[in-house]
Design a protein around this ligand. Structure first.
Ligand SMILES: [Fe+2]
Length: 364
């Protein structure tokens, strides 16, 4: 997106995965990853999954997406879901899914155990698929107190829309003292500055789609995405923007004092914060603290983008708060799992070094 300056250089946040004989991250790797998460709010662990393990995860996603009875997520742009611009759905707690999740948890135990106790809840296991024509999410924070994971089960290009992060914007005790005590206000302004540009980007894109360029619009889609009264926090919905009914970005956030501050601080904001877009290679896993500023971009390529995602709570969590922000599969709600369950569960029996073998036959 031309209006929004986004760097695709994630090298400052990357740690190459190095495993010990038990298939867990080495102590040195854990120490480096924790330093990244504490300093920047995220870490990009490259080569964490072998080709065979990533292929297994991709099969799980394909099987779920192909199931007409799949459980669609109730967050992150329902309108995109309705018009098949995105297909976000939760994965069932069956044996292959649990084994894949257990493999990730056990490999990352050194990191998880720093943030989450063994009794803390697995909030969701989902897959995030986006297609051409999806909207760029507004820059937002997920509910705090959660460690979230994104696993690339195939290569994700910038055009396909790897997740965008604003490193260093996560919360912790005393975080507000950053930037001379003005951190909260500066982050608020930066978020507004970005979201104004994202609104314009989404509107321009919809206009091009209306004229038959890019992905053709579905019946009623333009009106639904721009003038609908339905709740959706991540559409360029002008009606809800003007009525102040979008908590992520609305006219209520653009008072005269804020506009003046945005004008005065415009250069400083660009120097203090940077948007970084991950374009993870197959096998890369991103861990992030849920309250870091981030967004799922639009898919600007004809190739679907698929990611595996999983979230684990760092503390006790109220059921309403949980279900407002995360989408557990009904099977997970009926039979909850915690981090300790996944650390004790059977994992995949696949080569953990690079391999091109396929996955299905290797679960036993
Ligand atoms: Fe999010």
């Amino acid at each position: 997106m031309r209006e929004l300056k986004v760097s695709s250089d994630t090298s400052a946040y990357e740690v190459p995965a190095s495993l010990d004989e038990q298939g867990r991250l080495t102590d040195d790797c854990v120490r480096r990853a924790l330093a990244m998460m504490d300093t920047h709010g995220l870490v990009v662990l490259t080569h964490l999954l072998s080709d065979a393990e990533a292929a297994f995860g991709l099969d799980l996603i394909r099987q779920t997406i192909d199931d007409p009875e799949r459980n669609r997520c109730s967050f992150a742009s329902e309108t995109d879901n309705r018009y098949l611009r995105r297909d976000f759905c939760s994965l069932p707690s069956n044996e292959p899914v649990t084994r894949f999740a257990a493999t990730l948890c056990q490999r990352l135990e050194g990191i998880y155990s720093e943030y989450c106790g063994r009794t803390r809840a697995l909030l969701e296991i989902i897959t995030l698929t986006s297609y051409r024509g999806s909207s760029h999410q507004y820059i937002h924070r997920d509910p705090m107190g959660v460690i979230s994971l994104l696993a690339a089960v195939e290569d994700v290009s910038e055009q396909q829309g790897g997740t965008v992060f604003v490193p260093g914007t996560h919360g912790y005790g005393g975080a507000e003292y950053r930037h001379g005590g003005a951190a909260d206000e500066l982050m608020r302004l930066f978020r507004i500055q970005c979201n104004w540009r994202i609104l314009r980007h989404n509107l321009k894109k919809l206009w091009r789609m209306r004229k038959g360029e890019e992905a053709p619009l579905g019946d009623g889609e333009f009106l639904d995405r721009v003038f609908s009264t339905r709740w959706d926090q991540h559409q360029p919905n002008l009606l809800r923007f003007l009525l102040g009914k979008n908590n992520e970005f609305s006219i209520r956030m653009l008072g005269p004092r804020t506009l003046w501050k945005l004008y005065r601080q415009r250069k400083k904001l660009g120097n203090l914060f940077r948007l970084v877009q991950a374009a993870p290679r197959k096998g890369t896993v991103i861990l992030y603290r849920s309250d870091i500023l981030h967004a799922g971009p639009d898919n600007r390529s004809p190739v679907p983008r698929r990611l595996f995602a999983m979230s684990i709570a760092r503390d006790v969590i109220d059921a309403k708060y949980w279900h407002d922000g995360y989408s557990p599969h009904p099977a997970l709600t009926a039979d909850p799992l915690c981090l300790g369950d996944l650390l004790g569960a059977s994992r995949l029996l696949l080569p953990s070094t690079a391999s091109n073998g396929r996955a299905k036959a290797l679960v036993n």
